[in-house]
Design a protein around this ligand. Sequence first.
Ligand SMILES: Cc1cc2nc3c(=O)[nH]c(=O)nc-3n(C[C@H](O)[C@H](O)[C@H](O)COP(=O)(O)OP(=O)(O)OC[C@H]3O[C@@H](n4cnc5c(N)ncnc54)[C@H](O)[C@@H]3O)c2cc1C
Length: 407
Amino acid sequence: MKFDVTVVGAGPAGSTTAKFLAEKGVKVLLIDKDRFPRDKPCGGGIPLRTLKRFRYLREEDDLIDSYLYGGYAYSPSLKYRVELQKNEPLLAMVIRKKFDHGLVKLAVNSGAVFIDNRSAEDIKILRDKTRVTLNNGEHIESQIVIGADGIWSNIAKKSGMIQNRRNICICIFQEYQMSKEILDRFFTEKRLGYLHFNIQGICGYGWVFPKKERINIGVAEFQHAVKNRLKKKMNLKEVYTMYIKILRKTGVIPDNIKVEEVKGAALPIYPAKKICSNRIVLCGDAAGLANPATGEGIYYAMSSGKIAADVVTKSLETGDTSAKFLSRYQQIWEKDFGREMKILFRISKRRWGRKNEKIFRLIESDKKTTDMLYDIIIGQSNIMGYRWKMIQHILYLYLKDKFKSKK
Ligand SMILES: Cc1cc2nc3c(=O)[nH]c(=O)nc-3n(C[C@H](O)[C@H](O)[C@H](O)COP(=O)(O)OP(=O)(O)OC[C@H]3O[C@@H](n4cnc5c(N)ncnc54)[C@H](O)[C@@H]3O)c2cc1C
Protein backbone atom coordinates (compact mmCIF):
# COMPACT_ATOMS: atom_id res chain seq x y z
CA MET A 1 0.00 0.00 0.00
CA LYS A 2 1.32 3.47 -0.84
CA PHE A 3 0.44 6.73 0.90
CA ASP A 4 1.97 10.19 1.22
CA VAL A 5 1.85 9.99 5.01
CA THR A 6 1.39 7.15 7.50
CA VAL A 7 0.01 8.26 10.87
CA VAL A 8 0.67 5.67 13.58
CA GLY A 9 -1.82 5.96 16.47
CA ALA A 10 -5.40 7.21 16.31
CA GLY A 11 -5.64 9.14 19.59
CA PRO A 12 -6.32 12.90 19.54
CA ALA A 13 -2.84 13.64 18.14
CA GLY A 14 -2.97 11.15 15.25
CA SER A 15 -6.59 11.77 14.24
CA THR A 16 -6.09 15.54 14.27
CA THR A 17 -2.96 15.27 12.11
CA ALA A 18 -4.74 12.91 9.71
CA LYS A 19 -7.81 15.18 9.45
CA PHE A 20 -5.82 18.32 8.61
CA LEU A 21 -3.54 16.50 6.18
CA ALA A 22 -6.48 14.89 4.36
CA GLU A 23 -8.24 18.25 4.10
CA LYS A 24 -5.22 19.52 2.17
CA GLY A 25 -5.53 16.61 -0.27
CA VAL A 26 -2.66 14.57 1.18
CA LYS A 27 -3.08 10.76 0.89
CA VAL A 28 -3.07 9.65 4.54
CA LEU A 29 -3.23 6.28 6.24
CA LEU A 30 -4.21 6.31 9.93
CA ILE A 31 -3.51 3.06 11.78
CA ASP A 32 -4.10 1.95 15.36
CA LYS A 33 -3.19 -1.22 17.21
CA ASP A 34 -6.60 -1.37 18.95
CA ARG A 35 -10.00 -2.22 17.57
CA PHE A 36 -12.14 0.98 17.57
CA PRO A 37 -14.08 2.29 19.37
CA ARG A 38 -11.54 1.71 22.15
CA ASP A 39 -11.15 3.20 25.58
CA LYS A 40 -8.15 5.22 26.74
CA PRO A 41 -7.11 5.81 30.37
CA CYS A 42 -8.03 9.45 31.03
CA GLY A 43 -9.92 11.83 33.30
CA GLY A 44 -11.58 13.26 30.21
CA GLY A 45 -11.41 16.93 31.24
CA ILE A 46 -10.37 19.35 28.51
CA PRO A 47 -9.85 23.07 29.06
CA LEU A 48 -12.05 25.43 27.09
CA ARG A 49 -9.09 26.73 25.10
CA THR A 50 -9.19 23.39 23.22
CA LEU A 51 -12.68 24.22 21.98
CA LYS A 52 -11.54 27.70 21.01
CA ARG A 53 -8.62 26.39 18.96
CA PHE A 54 -10.62 23.50 17.42
CA ARG A 55 -14.06 25.03 16.93
CA TYR A 56 -15.46 21.94 15.17
CA LEU A 57 -15.38 20.05 18.51
CA ARG A 58 -18.41 22.04 19.70
CA GLU A 59 -20.29 21.53 16.43
CA GLU A 60 -20.16 17.72 16.48
CA ASP A 61 -23.01 16.01 18.34
CA ASP A 62 -21.23 13.23 20.11
CA LEU A 63 -17.84 14.64 21.07
CA ILE A 64 -18.50 16.63 24.25
CA ASP A 65 -20.29 14.73 27.02
CA SER A 66 -20.93 17.63 29.41
CA TYR A 67 -19.43 20.77 30.95
CA LEU A 68 -17.99 21.39 34.39
CA TYR A 69 -18.70 24.92 35.63
CA GLY A 70 -16.20 24.98 38.47
CA GLY A 71 -15.28 23.12 41.59
CA TYR A 72 -13.24 22.96 44.76
CA ALA A 73 -9.54 22.43 45.41
CA TYR A 74 -8.62 21.21 48.91
CA SER A 75 -5.40 21.60 50.88
CA PRO A 76 -3.58 18.40 52.00
CA SER A 77 -5.17 18.51 55.48
CA LEU A 78 -8.61 19.27 53.92
CA LYS A 79 -8.71 22.33 56.20
CA TYR A 80 -8.58 24.95 53.44
CA ARG A 81 -10.54 25.06 50.25
CA VAL A 82 -10.34 27.21 47.14
CA GLU A 83 -13.56 27.56 45.22
CA LEU A 84 -13.85 28.32 41.51
CA GLN A 85 -17.37 28.82 40.19
CA LYS A 86 -18.70 30.83 37.30
CA ASN A 87 -21.65 30.88 34.96
CA GLU A 88 -19.34 29.88 32.12
CA PRO A 89 -17.94 26.33 31.77
CA LEU A 90 -14.43 25.72 33.12
CA LEU A 91 -13.79 22.33 31.50
CA ALA A 92 -15.46 20.31 28.76
CA MET A 93 -15.85 16.68 29.76
CA VAL A 94 -15.41 13.86 27.25
CA ILE A 95 -15.83 10.09 27.26
CA ARG A 96 -12.62 8.97 25.59
CA LYS A 97 -14.17 5.97 23.85
CA LYS A 98 -16.65 8.27 22.08
CA PHE A 99 -14.35 11.29 21.71
CA ASP A 100 -11.45 9.42 20.10
CA HIS A 101 -13.79 7.48 17.80
CA GLY A 102 -15.46 10.77 16.83
CA LEU A 103 -12.09 12.30 15.93
CA VAL A 104 -11.24 9.25 13.80
CA LYS A 105 -14.56 9.65 11.96
CA LEU A 106 -13.75 13.31 11.26
CA ALA A 107 -10.39 12.27 9.79
CA VAL A 108 -12.07 9.61 7.63
CA ASN A 109 -14.76 12.09 6.49
CA SER A 110 -11.95 14.38 5.38
CA GLY A 111 -10.47 11.60 3.25
CA ALA A 112 -8.04 9.65 5.48
CA VAL A 113 -7.96 5.83 5.24
CA PHE A 114 -8.29 4.21 8.68
CA ILE A 115 -7.14 0.71 9.64
CA ASP A 116 -7.59 -0.45 13.23
CA ASN A 117 -6.42 -3.59 15.02
CA ARG A 118 -2.97 -3.33 13.39
CA SER A 119 0.14 -2.43 15.28
CA ALA A 120 3.22 -0.75 13.79
CA GLU A 121 6.14 -2.97 14.77
CA ASP A 122 9.03 -1.41 12.93
CA ILE A 123 10.04 1.56 10.82
CA LYS A 124 12.77 1.90 8.22
CA ILE A 125 13.87 5.18 6.69
CA LEU A 126 15.03 4.52 3.14
CA ARG A 127 16.62 6.98 0.72
CA ASP A 128 13.37 7.96 -0.99
CA LYS A 129 10.61 6.71 1.36
CA THR A 130 9.69 5.21 4.73
CA ARG A 131 8.56 1.65 5.35
CA VAL A 132 6.42 0.73 8.34
CA THR A 133 6.04 -2.98 9.13
CA LEU A 134 2.76 -4.04 10.70
CA ASN A 135 2.19 -6.96 13.08
CA ASN A 136 0.68 -9.02 10.23
CA GLY A 137 3.91 -8.64 8.24
CA GLU A 138 2.43 -6.11 5.81
CA HIS A 139 4.61 -3.13 4.75
CA ILE A 140 3.26 0.38 4.36
CA GLU A 141 5.30 2.80 2.28
CA SER A 142 4.97 6.55 2.45
CA GLN A 143 6.99 9.75 2.24
CA ILE A 144 6.62 10.66 5.91
CA VAL A 145 5.59 8.90 9.14
CA ILE A 146 3.83 10.62 12.04
CA GLY A 147 4.49 8.86 15.36
CA ALA A 148 1.34 9.59 17.38
CA ASP A 149 1.43 6.26 19.18
CA GLY A 150 1.26 7.46 22.75
CA ILE A 151 3.61 7.51 25.71
CA TRP A 152 5.36 4.20 24.95
CA SER A 153 5.71 5.09 21.24
CA ASN A 154 7.27 2.36 19.13
CA ILE A 155 8.01 4.91 16.39
CA ALA A 156 9.97 7.11 18.84
CA LYS A 157 11.95 4.09 20.06
CA LYS A 158 12.63 2.43 16.71
CA SER A 159 13.70 5.70 15.14
CA GLY A 160 16.10 6.27 18.04
CA MET A 161 14.49 9.56 19.10
CA ILE A 162 13.46 8.41 22.59
CA GLN A 163 14.92 5.42 24.39
CA ASN A 164 13.42 5.64 27.85
CA ARG A 165 11.13 8.11 29.50
CA ARG A 166 12.19 9.36 32.88
CA ASN A 167 9.74 12.19 33.44
CA ILE A 168 6.32 10.66 33.83
CA CYS A 169 3.21 10.97 35.97
CA ILE A 170 1.61 7.76 37.21
CA CYS A 171 -2.14 7.54 37.70
CA ILE A 172 -4.64 5.14 39.23
CA PHE A 173 -8.22 5.83 38.26
CA GLN A 174 -11.67 4.52 37.39
CA GLU A 175 -14.80 5.83 35.70
CA TYR A 176 -18.11 4.81 37.29
CA GLN A 177 -21.63 4.89 35.86
CA MET A 178 -23.99 6.95 38.01
CA SER A 179 -27.55 8.16 37.56
CA LYS A 180 -28.14 11.76 36.52
CA GLU A 181 -30.26 12.31 39.65
CA ILE A 182 -27.47 11.26 42.00
CA LEU A 183 -24.93 13.32 40.07
CA ASP A 184 -27.26 16.35 40.24
CA ARG A 185 -27.61 15.84 43.99
CA PHE A 186 -23.90 15.47 44.75
CA PHE A 187 -22.33 17.72 42.13
CA THR A 188 -25.28 20.00 41.19
CA GLU A 189 -26.36 20.61 37.62
CA LYS A 190 -23.19 22.65 37.24
CA ARG A 191 -21.24 19.38 37.75
CA LEU A 192 -18.77 20.87 40.22
CA GLY A 193 -15.52 18.89 40.39
CA TYR A 194 -12.95 18.30 43.15
CA LEU A 195 -9.16 18.34 43.38
CA HIS A 196 -7.36 17.22 46.53
CA PHE A 197 -3.75 18.37 46.68
CA ASN A 198 -1.07 16.00 48.09
CA ILE A 199 -3.79 13.58 49.13
CA GLN A 200 -2.33 10.95 51.50
CA GLY A 201 1.02 12.71 51.15
CA ILE A 202 1.52 11.97 47.44
CA CYS A 203 3.47 14.33 45.17
CA GLY A 204 0.38 15.03 43.14
CA TYR A 205 -3.36 15.19 43.53
CA GLY A 206 -6.64 13.32 43.57
CA TRP A 207 -9.44 14.28 41.20
CA VAL A 208 -13.21 13.82 40.99
CA PHE A 209 -14.69 14.74 37.61
CA PRO A 210 -18.48 14.37 37.37
CA LYS A 211 -19.83 13.92 33.84
CA LYS A 212 -23.36 13.63 32.45
CA GLU A 213 -23.96 10.09 33.73
CA ARG A 214 -20.56 9.04 35.01
CA ILE A 215 -17.96 10.02 37.49
CA ASN A 216 -14.21 9.79 36.97
CA ILE A 217 -12.06 9.46 40.09
CA GLY A 218 -8.28 9.19 40.14
CA VAL A 219 -4.98 9.97 41.80
CA ALA A 220 -1.88 11.21 39.99
CA GLU A 221 1.71 11.30 41.20
CA PHE A 222 4.45 13.25 39.45
CA GLN A 223 7.60 11.14 39.52
CA HIS A 224 10.07 14.01 39.06
CA ALA A 225 8.75 15.52 42.29
CA VAL A 226 8.95 12.17 44.13
CA LYS A 227 12.71 11.96 43.51
CA ASN A 228 12.99 15.30 45.19
CA ARG A 229 11.71 14.27 48.58
CA LEU A 230 12.88 12.07 51.42
CA LYS A 231 9.65 10.25 52.16
CA LYS A 232 9.34 6.63 51.07
CA LYS A 233 7.50 5.84 47.85
CA MET A 234 3.74 5.42 48.17
CA ASN A 235 1.71 2.54 46.83
CA LEU A 236 -0.72 4.44 44.60
CA LYS A 237 -3.35 1.69 44.68
CA GLU A 238 -3.50 1.98 48.46
CA VAL A 239 -3.65 5.76 48.13
CA TYR A 240 -6.61 5.35 45.76
CA THR A 241 -8.46 3.11 48.25
CA MET A 242 -7.88 5.66 51.02
CA TYR A 243 -8.95 8.48 48.70
CA ILE A 244 -12.29 6.78 48.04
CA LYS A 245 -12.76 6.38 51.81
CA ILE A 246 -12.07 10.10 52.34
CA LEU A 247 -14.45 11.07 49.54
CA ARG A 248 -17.18 8.94 51.11
CA LYS A 249 -16.52 10.22 54.62
CA THR A 250 -16.58 13.86 53.54
CA GLY A 251 -19.79 13.35 51.56
CA VAL A 252 -18.24 14.14 48.18
CA ILE A 253 -19.46 10.84 46.69
CA PRO A 254 -22.32 8.52 47.68
CA ASP A 255 -21.55 5.96 50.38
CA ASN A 256 -22.68 3.04 48.24
CA ILE A 257 -20.46 3.71 45.23
CA LYS A 258 -19.11 0.34 44.08
CA VAL A 259 -15.35 0.51 43.55
CA GLU A 260 -14.57 -1.69 40.60
CA GLU A 261 -11.15 -2.87 39.43
CA VAL A 262 -9.00 0.25 39.18
CA LYS A 263 -6.74 0.98 36.22
CA GLY A 264 -3.18 2.24 36.17
CA ALA A 265 -1.60 4.35 33.43
CA ALA A 266 1.16 6.87 32.82
CA LEU A 267 1.55 10.13 30.96
CA PRO A 268 4.66 12.06 29.92
CA ILE A 269 5.44 15.38 31.56
CA TYR A 270 8.39 16.71 29.62
CA PRO A 271 8.90 17.20 25.89
CA ALA A 272 11.52 14.99 24.23
CA LYS A 273 14.65 16.85 23.08
CA LYS A 274 14.11 15.75 19.52
CA ILE A 275 10.57 15.46 18.16
CA CYS A 276 11.36 15.15 14.46
CA SER A 277 14.04 13.68 12.22
CA ASN A 278 14.45 12.73 8.57
CA ARG A 279 10.92 11.76 7.34
CA ILE A 280 9.55 11.33 10.90
CA VAL A 281 7.53 13.62 13.17
CA LEU A 282 6.36 12.77 16.72
CA CYS A 283 3.13 14.26 18.11
CA GLY A 284 1.23 14.27 21.41
CA ASP A 285 2.27 11.88 24.18
CA ALA A 286 4.77 10.20 21.83
CA ALA A 287 6.72 13.49 21.82
CA GLY A 288 6.19 14.01 25.58
CA LEU A 289 3.82 16.93 25.03
CA ALA A 290 1.51 17.03 28.06
CA ASN A 291 1.12 19.66 30.78
CA PRO A 292 3.92 19.02 33.33
CA ALA A 293 1.91 20.50 36.22
CA THR A 294 -1.51 18.92 35.66
CA GLY A 295 -0.96 16.02 33.25
CA GLU A 296 -3.57 17.42 30.86
CA GLY A 297 -2.56 16.31 27.35
CA ILE A 298 -5.45 16.37 24.87
CA TYR A 299 -5.02 20.06 24.03
CA TYR A 300 -1.30 19.60 23.39
CA ALA A 301 -1.88 16.39 21.41
CA MET A 302 -4.35 18.09 19.07
CA SER A 303 -2.29 21.29 18.82
CA SER A 304 0.88 19.40 17.95
CA GLY A 305 -1.10 17.35 15.40
CA LYS A 306 -2.34 20.52 13.69
CA ILE A 307 1.15 22.08 13.60
CA ALA A 308 2.61 18.81 12.25
CA ALA A 309 -0.05 18.65 9.52
CA ASP A 310 0.77 22.20 8.37
CA VAL A 311 4.53 21.59 8.22
CA VAL A 312 4.24 18.15 6.62
CA THR A 313 1.90 19.50 3.91
CA LYS A 314 4.51 22.13 3.02
CA SER A 315 7.28 19.54 3.13
CA LEU A 316 5.40 17.37 0.61
CA GLU A 317 4.66 20.36 -1.60
CA THR A 318 8.34 21.33 -1.76
CA GLY A 319 9.55 17.72 -1.91
CA ASP A 320 11.85 18.38 1.06
CA THR A 321 11.29 15.75 3.75
CA SER A 322 14.63 16.28 5.45
CA ALA A 323 15.14 16.64 9.20
CA LYS A 324 16.08 20.27 8.57
CA PHE A 325 12.78 21.10 6.87
CA LEU A 326 10.70 19.17 9.40
CA SER A 327 12.48 20.91 12.28
CA ARG A 328 10.12 23.83 11.50
CA TYR A 329 7.55 21.74 13.36
CA GLN A 330 9.71 21.71 16.48
CA GLN A 331 10.40 25.45 16.13
CA ILE A 332 6.71 26.34 15.84
CA TRP A 333 5.87 24.05 18.72
CA GLU A 334 8.54 25.57 20.93
CA LYS A 335 7.46 29.09 20.09
CA ASP A 336 3.88 28.20 20.97
CA PHE A 337 4.43 26.10 24.10
CA GLY A 338 8.15 25.55 24.79
CA ARG A 339 8.69 28.20 27.48
CA GLU A 340 5.33 27.47 29.10
CA MET A 341 6.28 23.78 29.39
CA LYS A 342 9.66 24.54 30.96
CA ILE A 343 8.14 26.88 33.54
CA LEU A 344 5.31 24.47 34.33
CA PHE A 345 7.85 21.64 34.74
CA ARG A 346 9.80 23.68 37.29
CA ILE A 347 6.65 24.73 39.16
CA SER A 348 5.43 21.15 39.11
CA LYS A 349 8.71 19.76 40.50
CA ARG A 350 8.74 22.32 43.30
CA ARG A 351 5.05 22.36 44.21
CA TRP A 352 4.17 18.66 43.98
CA GLY A 353 7.27 17.78 46.01
CA ARG A 354 6.04 19.91 48.92
CA LYS A 355 3.02 20.15 51.13
CA ASN A 356 0.84 22.96 49.83
CA GLU A 357 -0.97 23.74 53.07
CA LYS A 358 0.25 27.29 53.57
CA ILE A 359 -0.41 28.45 50.06
CA PHE A 360 -4.01 27.24 50.39
CA ARG A 361 -4.42 29.18 53.63
CA LEU A 362 -3.19 32.31 51.87
CA ILE A 363 -5.27 32.10 48.73
CA GLU A 364 -8.40 30.44 50.16
CA SER A 365 -10.52 33.56 50.15
CA ASP A 366 -8.46 35.71 47.81
CA LYS A 367 -10.60 36.56 44.80
CA LYS A 368 -7.74 37.97 42.74
CA THR A 369 -5.82 34.65 42.80
CA THR A 370 -8.87 32.55 42.04
CA ASP A 371 -9.76 34.83 39.11
CA MET A 372 -6.23 34.46 37.73
CA LEU A 373 -6.39 30.66 38.15
CA TYR A 374 -9.74 30.62 36.36
CA ASP A 375 -8.38 32.61 33.41
CA ILE A 376 -5.39 30.27 33.11
CA ILE A 377 -7.55 27.13 33.21
CA ILE A 378 -10.01 28.26 30.56
CA GLY A 379 -7.19 29.62 28.44
CA GLN A 380 -8.17 33.28 28.60
CA SER A 381 -4.54 33.84 29.55
CA ASN A 382 -1.57 31.50 29.68
CA ILE A 383 0.88 30.97 32.51
CA MET A 384 3.45 33.14 30.70
CA GLY A 385 1.09 36.12 30.73
CA TYR A 386 0.24 35.77 34.42
CA ARG A 387 3.48 34.42 35.85
CA TRP A 388 4.86 37.66 37.29
CA LYS A 389 1.46 39.00 38.31
CA MET A 390 0.83 35.76 40.17
CA ILE A 391 4.26 35.64 41.85
CA GLN A 392 3.97 39.31 42.91
CA HIS A 393 0.49 38.81 44.27
CA ILE A 394 1.35 35.65 46.23
CA LEU A 395 4.44 37.40 47.63
CA TYR A 396 2.18 40.22 48.72
CA LEU A 397 -0.16 37.72 50.43
CA TYR A 398 2.84 36.12 52.23
CA LEU A 399 4.07 39.48 53.50
CA LYS A 400 0.60 40.55 54.56
CA ASP A 401 0.22 37.28 56.45
CA LYS A 402 3.61 37.66 58.15
CA PHE A 403 2.83 41.19 59.19
CA LYS A 404 -0.55 40.13 60.57
CA SER A 405 0.94 37.26 62.63
CA LYS A 406 3.57 39.60 64.15
CA LYS A 407 0.96 42.06 65.33
C1 LIG B 1 -5.10 8.40 33.94
C2 LIG B 1 -4.92 9.53 32.99
C3 LIG B 1 -5.76 10.64 33.08
C4 LIG B 1 -5.65 11.69 32.17
N1 LIG B 1 -6.53 12.73 32.26
C5 LIG B 1 -6.48 13.71 31.32
C6 LIG B 1 -7.47 14.74 31.33
O1 LIG B 1 -8.38 14.78 32.17
N2 LIG B 1 -7.37 15.69 30.38
C7 LIG B 1 -6.40 15.68 29.42
O2 LIG B 1 -6.35 16.59 28.58
N3 LIG B 1 -5.47 14.69 29.39
C8 LIG B 1 -5.50 13.71 30.30
N4 LIG B 1 -4.58 12.69 30.25
C9 LIG B 1 -3.55 12.72 29.18
C10 LIG B 1 -4.15 12.30 27.84
O3 LIG B 1 -4.84 11.09 27.97
C11 LIG B 1 -3.03 12.15 26.79
O4 LIG B 1 -2.16 13.24 26.87
C12 LIG B 1 -3.63 12.07 25.38
O5 LIG B 1 -4.43 10.93 25.24
C13 LIG B 1 -2.51 12.04 24.35
O6 LIG B 1 -3.05 11.81 23.08
P1 LIG B 1 -2.19 11.03 21.97
O7 LIG B 1 -3.03 10.99 20.75
O8 LIG B 1 -0.85 11.62 21.91
O9 LIG B 1 -1.98 9.56 22.54
P2 LIG B 1 -3.04 8.45 22.91
O10 LIG B 1 -4.34 9.04 23.24
O11 LIG B 1 -2.37 7.60 23.93
O12 LIG B 1 -3.22 7.63 21.57
C14 LIG B 1 -2.18 6.81 21.08
C15 LIG B 1 -2.79 5.76 20.19
O13 LIG B 1 -1.72 5.02 19.58
C16 LIG B 1 -2.08 3.65 19.52
N5 LIG B 1 -0.83 2.88 19.43
C17 LIG B 1 0.11 2.71 20.38
N6 LIG B 1 1.13 1.96 19.90
C18 LIG B 1 0.81 1.65 18.63
C19 LIG B 1 1.46 0.90 17.62
N7 LIG B 1 2.66 0.33 17.81
N8 LIG B 1 0.85 0.78 16.42
C20 LIG B 1 -0.36 1.37 16.18
N9 LIG B 1 -1.02 2.09 17.12
C21 LIG B 1 -0.45 2.23 18.32
C22 LIG B 1 -2.87 3.41 20.79
O14 LIG B 1 -3.71 2.28 20.69
C23 LIG B 1 -3.64 4.73 20.93
O15 LIG B 1 -4.91 4.64 20.33
C24 LIG B 1 -4.65 11.64 31.15
C25 LIG B 1 -3.80 10.54 31.07
C26 LIG B 1 -3.93 9.50 31.95
C27 LIG B 1 -3.02 8.32 31.82
